[in-house]
Design a protein around this ligand. Structure first.
Ligand code: HEM
Ligand code: HEM
Length: 222
């Protein structure tokens, strides 16, 4: 039975929250350092590679609301969810709703495009480049640098949309999503009793992601 006023229940696990806030800081740092601090820019970029790899792994190996299978839904569920947007009822979805899930997938895909293009990008004077830029011609490296910039514009647009959606939930649906991404807990009518992945899976995924990011920083040369 639902408790009156609902219950504060666990939603986001530590790894998802750590991933999220590190990502926010590192993407901001990548933006800031993309002009005159390309060395720092690359290092922060490698960290983003590690984070994104970890999040993809965690979408399969993590538990509860972190799993892709818990939030990636087909067009029918997405349309059904769209129809509920006008209602002011608090969101009861334990995790990303079907519409939000699309924006999360778009953010992750754009981040993948961002880091992959970064690996091959060449600066205008050809002094600077990603660790794989010597594998492509100057012209192609410059072209890829333009895609790198384009993908950043897409990322910026998606982040604006992301923030607008969060404001919409706060104001219209009276649902505090930010607090949940900070504390890991959110108020629900009934505790969704999400399961958690064991610690060793986190340690394994984090180590694998860090190792691959490190190898990428060396241009995959051994
Ligand atoms: C989330 C991660 C990243 C973000 C948000 C990002 C963003 C940016 C932006 C905004 C620029 C300036 C583009 C311009 O105005 O021409 C830039 C340039 C550059 N980035 Fe990234 N970047 C990321 C990751 C990476 C990675 C992983 C690498 C490679 C290791 C990389 C290598 C470069 C290089 C070489 C340039 C210079 C290209 C040029 O001067 O046109 N970036 N990046
Ligand atoms: C560079 C900027 C940002 C990027 C790239 C980004 C990316 C993401 C991603 C990938 C997720 C999915 C989390 C997961 O399932 O692992 C997410 C969720 C979330 N983000 Fe961000 N984010 C950014 C900025 C922010 C900011 C500034 C805030 C708030 C102040 C915020 C609040 C949230 C919240 C509340 C969620 C959970 C949404 C839900 O309950 O469905 N994000 N973000």
């Amino acid at each position: 039975m639902a408790a009156p006023g609902g219950v504060r229940a666990r939603l986001w696990d530590g790894p998802v929250r750590l991933f999220h806030w590190l990502l926010v800081g590192l993407v901001a740092f990548c933006w800031w350092s993309s002009g005159d601090h390309l060395n720092w820019h690359r290092w922060a970029g490698y960290a983003v590679i590690g984070l994104v790899l970890f999040r993809i792994y965690w979408g399969f190996a993590g538990g509860g609301a972190a799993r892709f299978s818990s939030f990636v839904k087909g067009p029918r569920a997405t349309l059904a969810y769209l129809a509920t947007l006008g209602s002011r009822a608090r969101s009861e979805t334990p995790g990303h709703n079907p519409l939000g899930a699309l924006s999360i997938l778009a953010l992750l895909a754009t981040l993948v495009a961002q880091v992959v293009t970064g690996l091959f990008a060449i600066d205008i004077d050809a002094f600077e480049g990603g660790p794989l830029s010597d594998r492509v011609s100057f012209e192609l490296g410059r072209q890829i640098a333009e895609w790198h910039e384009l993908s950043f514009r897409v990322l910026q647009a998606l982040v604006v949309l992301h923030l607008l959606a969060i404001v919409f939930y706060a104001v219209w649906k009276r649902t505090d999503l930010i607090g949940a991404m900070v504390t890991g807990k959110r108020r629900f009518a009934v505790d969704p009793a999400l399961d958690r992945a064991p610690m060793w899976r986190f340690v394994l995924g984090a180590a694998l992601a860090a190792a691959i990011a490190w190898i990428a920083s060396k241009g995959f040369r051994f």
